[in-house]
Design a protein around this ligand. Structure first.
Ligand code: ZN
Length: 424
């Protein structure tokens, strides 16, 4: 007998009336009207059953620290970095673990079951690295946490940057990070990309750099990143995060850059909630949006994901781990309001992000682990519009979170008693 049968689900690709059969924690069949005995049967009622949300870019060592040691009054990137500097010496491993685990609870409840988190490796104690490695193990049964060795202060700019980064990798951190635009000079930035890509290539690791997170159109480290990916044969293993300078670059230059990124197999992660609040701060009017060129990158065949980046930390005092909020902001900022564009924004927080993380067996298909989320929505566009309620979240066929449907009672004569905001 099977363990779980979900009936009458809609899938993100538009198939309706689909049943999903689970046995031994794996999906064994996805078809209409499956006739099989199962210990538990759940009627999806035509609602959307999606693979879990994936956050491709996050900072779990800083999350939920909002207000410590004080609130970011200006809301700017620079005050945020200064605040993080004030907070770092006060951090304890226990406090980082406690806040990270709390955030993972939020994430699971929102159907977010895989997160790539950068972890600052510039602290000689590597306190946050130890803490997040511990968290990674603790949450393994229900959440995939992938860690990036992130030299926040610049791998060349900070003392012993390279050694500390290598030490973090030796301790078990998965991915090589970087921040070339924050090094002292353009030349140092270029050099940092070379050094970090070589470290990753030698160790067989993926690369994910904070790259060109600036409004300066001359910040072109993404070109170097693509060139190193080509030189070292790392196609499909290198990602540029933020890439906000691309927003301000000359169109002619970009017309050459995007094909190079495609040839080099470099993927991109935009962080719309953060980019829209932090970029363009030196502008008067008109103010630049500052998000990278998401639709153009996608049109060129480049894998693009959208990340949350921050939740309640020195840089951003909002957020709840809801990747539908991220997709919604990305959709608005990029003006991706076509039907295909809106669906692509849903992909940016699900399949595209899973591809960048190299997640194994992701998706609602036979043979994959039975991870999925039942949303109170009929399709991906409605899910984004409503930040749809996560009715049930499954990991390996086991329900690990659930929430009641969002329904309001009306007390108006001659009107329906209940309203649920769907059009069905
Ligand atoms: Zn970041």
């Amino acid at each position: 007998m099977a363990d779980l049968l979900i009936t009458n689900a809609t899938l993100p690709d538009g198939r309706t009336g689909m049943d999903v059969l689970v046995a031994g924690g794996r999906i064994v069949n996805v078809s209409p009207r499956i006739n099989a005995a199962s210990a538990e049967v759940v009627d999806a009622g035509g609602n959307l059953l999606t693979p879990p949300f994936v956050d491709a870019h996050f900072h779990m060592d800083a999350t939920l620290s909002y207000g410590l040691p004080r609130v970011n009054q200006s809301g700017t990137l620079l005050e945020g970095i200064a605040l993080w500097g004030e907070l770092k010496p006060l951090l304890t491993q226990e406090a980082i673990v406690e806040r990270a685990l709390r955030y993972c609870d939020w994430a699971v409840a929102k159907g977010l079951l895989a997160i790539r988190s950068h972890v600052d490796v510039c602290d000689p104690r590597l306190l946050a690295v130890e803490a997040l490695l511990h968290v990674k193990e603790s949450v393994k049964p229900y959440l995939d946490l992938q860690l990036v060795a992130f030299p926040q202060d610049g791998v060349l700019r900070s003392a012993n940057g390279v050694e500390l980064l290598k030490k973090a990798l030796a301790m078990g951190v998965d991915v090589v990070g970087g921040i070339p635009h924050f090094e002292r000079t353009m030349h140092d930035g270029t050099e940092s990309v070379r050094i970090l890509c070589e470290i990753a290539a030698d160790a067989g690791l993926l690369v994910d750099m904070h790259c060109d997170e600036t409004d300066d159109p001359n910040s072109r480290h993404v070109e170097t990143l693509a060139m190193q990916s080509l030189r070292l044969g790392m196609q499909g293993r290198v990602n540029g995060s933020h890439l906000t300078s691309m927003h301000s670059m000359d169109n002619y230059y970009v017309s050459k850059l995007i094909p190079l990124m495609h040839e080099a197999g470099v993927s991109a992660i935009a962080n719309p909630l953060i980019n829209i609040t932090i970029q363009g701060r030196h502008d008067t009017y008109p103010k630049r949006r500052g998000m990278t060129r998401v639709p153009e990158l996608m049109a060129a065949g480049i894998t693009v994901a959208m990340g949350h980046d921050c939740v309640m930390d020195p840089w951003y005092g909002l957020g709840s781990g809801d990747m539908l909020e991220v997709a919604s902001m990305g959709l608005h900022v990029a003006q991706m309001t076509s039907q295909a564009g809106m669906r692509a924004c849903f992909d940016a927080v699900t399949v595209n992000a899973a591809k960048i993380l190299h997640l194994d067996g992701y998706g609602i298909a036979p043979g994959n682990r039975a991870d999925f989320v039942l949303l109170q929505a009929r399709d991906p566009v409605e899910a984004i519009r409503l930040r749809a309620t996560r009715l049930a979240v499954y990991r390996a066929g086991r329900r690990i979170a659930q929430a009641p449907p969002a329904i309001a009672s009306l007390h108006i004569p001659d009107r329906p008693a209940q309203v649920d905001w769907t059009l069905h």
